[in-house]
Design a protein around this ligand. Structure first.
Ligand code: SF4
Length: 416
């Protein structure tokens, strides 16, 4: 082991913040297991409890019509394309009702950047769903969509977010993060928000008291320092707002995209990058492993490389399947993957509150409740009136494919 890399790993495991250069230097580490061990130490310090978590939600892609062009996206269509769609409301209701029946508590609702729908269309959609399904969290509209609403409606960003929040928006997904470096974004996308704009959407949402996730899609045209720059931008915003609940990274899936010539990153690169993210992002409490793109075995290994969460059961997987790569897991498989590692599987919601009713106590979710310097968590009061208790026993052996075929769009892969 290179002495400098060992020093950096020791620094991170001791709870000290890494510099940008130290983050970049970790990519020189050829000892994947050493990186994983260090990330696991940090993960266990942040999450000493004997649980590892998952959630149950559904991707609903309300439209594939998009005013942007992203070379890495196999999902978008133009308005006059034969297979362009806007999901009929009845179909949307049906998907949500199936999700509730399967124990899900949330829908991840995203779509293309529709060129003509005004803000009141989205407000009406949220109000309708909030009224019909008050227990379902609407985790909706990635920053590129929100920025698009802001531009199209010629309204201040804060007003857009306030109106959506008032209409029922529950939390913001972190799609469209890709790499937070304008050189990369401008090379791969047209008519889509740039780095500062993506961050500004989160900043304002956090200032309004909202919570969101953040993402990184890597393994395409970015350099290794640009991966660290992405993590650095996220860390700096989190220092300001403390509004990110979780970080998720995954590798670019090039099949059927305009970047099909890119050689896809493998498991080594995925685990290495995720471990480095855990070491670098000292202020973002949770990291999800990405079994959807990496497969169940690597997804499980992700829990030893800095992740404390298996992500979603993913009742419906869309974008990844458009891009060619998709894995399916049953709830029992997710729980078994967690148990094999010696942890107790727990279902949680988007705020990382346990919602399986098996053990009392909540994760910190309210403003200002984040990991303490000691590595322990401050304790949040459990005011989760809208959290439902889910009969997990009813979900045994459920296959995600049984409930819904993959037909539309999953932003964590398209990275909208
Ligand atoms: S990734 Fe999102 S913004 Fe980009 S083309 Fe696809 S649907 Fe549109």
């Amino acid at each position: 082991m290179n002495a400098n890399i060992q020093r950096i790993l020791d620094k991170a495991t001791a709870g000290e913040r890494l510099t940008f250069d130290e983050g970049v230097a970790l990519f020189d580490c050829k000892d994947l297991l050493a990186l994983g061990r260090a990330a696991d130490v940090v993960c266990k310090r942040l999450h000493p409890e004997p649980y590892r978590t998952f959630n149950i939600d559904r991707n609903v892609n309300y439209t594939n019509i998009c005013a942007a062009v992203c070379d890495f996206c196999a999902f978008y269509r133009k308005s006059n394309d034969a297979d362009a769609y806007v999901l009929p409301r009845e179909e949307l209701y049906q998907k949500i009702e199936e999700t509730i029946a399967l124990g899900g508590d949330q829908i991840l609702m995203q779509g293309g950047l529709h060129p003509s729908y005004k803000l009141d269309w989205y407000e009406e959609l949220l109000r309708d769903l909030r009224t019909r399904y008050p227990s379902v969290n609407l985790h909706a509209f990635s920053p590129p969509e929100i920025w698009h609403f802001h531009k199209l409606n010629k309204l201040p960003l804060r007003d857009v977010l306030q109106r959506l929040k008032a209409a029922g928006l529950g939390s913001l997904p972190g799609g469209g993060g890709e790499i937070l470096v304008d050189r990369v974004r401008q090379a791969m996308t047209v008519n889509k928000c740039l780095t500062d704009e993506w961050l500004e959407v989160h900043r304002v949402w956090h200032e309004l008291g909202g919570r969101s996730t953040c993402t990184m899609m890597f393994g395409h045209i970015e350099t290794l320092p640009e991966r660290i720059e992405t993590l650095d931008r996220l860390r700096r915003l989190q220092d300001e707002t403390k509004g990110f609940t979780a970080f998720i990274c995954w590798t670019f899936q090039p099949e059927h995209t305009a970047m099909a010539e890119v050689h896809p990153a493998g498991a080594y690169e995925y685990l290495k990058t995720q471990a480095i993210a855990r070491l670098y992002l000292d202020n973002i409490p949770n990291i999800q492993s990405s079994w959807v793109t990496q497969g169940p075995k690597i997804g499980q290994m992700g829990l030893l490389f800095g992740a404390n969460d298996m992500g979603s059961l993913m009742i419906e997987e869309n974008v990844v399947s458009k891009a060619g790569t998709v894995f399916h897991l049953s709830l029992d498989q997710i729980k078994s993957a967690i148990r094999e590692l010696g942890y107790i599987p727990r279902q949680r919601n988007v705020f990382y509150q346990y919602i399986d009713g098996e053990v009392s106590g909540q994760w910190p979710v309210a403003s200002g409740q984040w990991p303490l310097a000691s590595g322990q968590w401050s304790v949040a009061s459990a005011k989760n009136n809208d959290v439902q208790t889910v009969p997990l026993g009813a979900l045994r052996n459920l296959s995600v494919l049984k409930s819904a075929p993959a037909t539309s769009h999953r932003p964590p892969a398209t990275d909208h």
